[in-house]
Design a protein around this ligand. Sequence first.
Ligand SMILES: Cc1cc2nc3c(=O)[nH]c(=O)nc-3n(C[C@H](O)[C@H](O)[C@H](O)COP(=O)(O)OP(=O)(O)OC[C@H]3O[C@@H](n4cnc5c(N)ncnc54)[C@H](O)[C@@H]3O)c2cc1C
Length: 496
Amino acid sequence: MGVGIELPQLITGPVEWDATADVIVVGFGIAGACAAISAAEAGARVLLLERTGAAGGASALAAGHFYLGGGTPVQTATGHADSVEAMITYLEAVTPEPDAAKIRAYCTESVAHFDWLEAHGIEFERSFYPGKSVVQPGTEGLMWTGNEKVWPYREQAHPAPRGHKVNALAERGGQQVMAALTERVRELGVEVGYETTVAQLVADASGRIIGVRWRDGAATGAVVLAAGGYVMNTEMLAAYTPRLAEHFLPLGVPSDDGLGIRLGQSAGGATARMDGAFMTASFYPPADLLYGIIVNKAGRRFVAEDSYHGRTAGAVVAQSDSTAYLIVDSKHMVWPELPMVKFVDGWHRVSEMESALGIPDGALHKTMTAYNTAAAEGRDPEFGKHPDWLTPLTEGPWGAFDLTPGKATYVGFTLGGLCTSVDGAVLRADGSVIPGLYAAGACASNLAQDSCGYASGTCLGEGSYFGRRAGAHAAGISRAAPNRARSAESTGMEGD
Ligand SMILES: Cc1cc2nc3c(=O)[nH]c(=O)nc-3n(C[C@H](O)[C@H](O)[C@H](O)COP(=O)(O)OP(=O)(O)OC[C@H]3O[C@@H](n4cnc5c(N)ncnc54)[C@H](O)[C@@H]3O)c2cc1C
């Protein structure tokens, strides 16, 4: 934990309860909604506390991709063969520290989770968007949103598109997802307290978490933290993901300030992959730009240019000074559709481009000669760029786009969070479970760990899936726990 971030104080003394529930869920984004629904469907009395005046969180801003596979109805209807084993192999290959149990559970139950989402009003069109883009412009239910076709992954696991987008235009999926889940929460009679910022956890003498406290109230029950990430907390960014603090625009809502993570830490919860972040400054669409090459300030390539935009961004940031340029020839020069990367200039000679970009004399020329020679044979011996995007860049003049953070506009959000079991139980550093405490969504560390391995849809996918597991498990243990009243009393909560 460390790095001087102030934690809320864990309450261990007697507390006067204003409300009693089986399960208290903190945060009404996708993870909290799914935890609340699954706990309520398991028969638990649920109290859902949300700091703002409405459901949604960052989830409502999301484009609406869910990373799902193993033979979903959309994959099947659009003729894309997939298997649980291929999905597992792929996720294990792209994840820096894969949690085998979580990946296996997620992939094995992916089709069932798809069905659950549809049964809860989140529908996916049986259609496929074939283009290389960040988000499909229409309502197509499936597209490639990861690195499945990128070398070396395409040789490790049979590639299949797994980016399922909810049936909404362009980037409006998140709103639709949250509207559907909010309706289900209402139908189930879950009590919701808005304008209620959970500020502290309460533990009994044994260390079991038995409730929460907010400014002028307290409730007892098992607790599921689903309070989002920390991209809006500059102190936490500086401590854990300093690259995100510089030159990046945070993607999120103001309440993504890491309070959920800090609440978990206050109870002894360990964190994992806190340096992990998704980041992007996508230069595509249009896909034609993928024919270009990306070089660092030494004039060397360092990533397959057909990678998912988050992988490219992760590789750019890892370069010396994070300096990188996308180079295209006249034949493939088009303007990016997203206003994220800037055109530098065009040059008639590669040597002029080298000196204008500050690349050592001859270095870019050498890179381009080697690339063009192999590309003419449909090969990329260095990075295995897919033959679909290989062509010699021989038609001058040549242009460059600056991909360097600060020159290009990068956006991002955090991926690290509390250590949890496959059922969402928060774990201590020694791996033991903190009884009564769960976490899911962006305040927990699950499948998504870094930008290079990220695929669009992983956050909504894992937030909903592990949110469900946490809610169901909390409901189970809560009913088994002694001395806990089964009925939720009205809180009469006032604003916080
Ligand atoms: C623009 C954008 C597009 C994205 N698109 C996608 C996508 O298409 N697919 C994908 O997988 N991911 C996407 N993401 C990432 C994804 O949206 C988030 O990772 C995910 O929604 C997090 O869900 P969550 O439930 O954990 O948190 P949130 O949705 O942020 O919900 C957390 C809630 O907790 C509340 N809260 C916080 N602290 C407290 C407290 N102390 N007490 C009570 N309540 C509290 C907050 O107010 C908030 O409502 C996108 C993100 C952004 C910003």
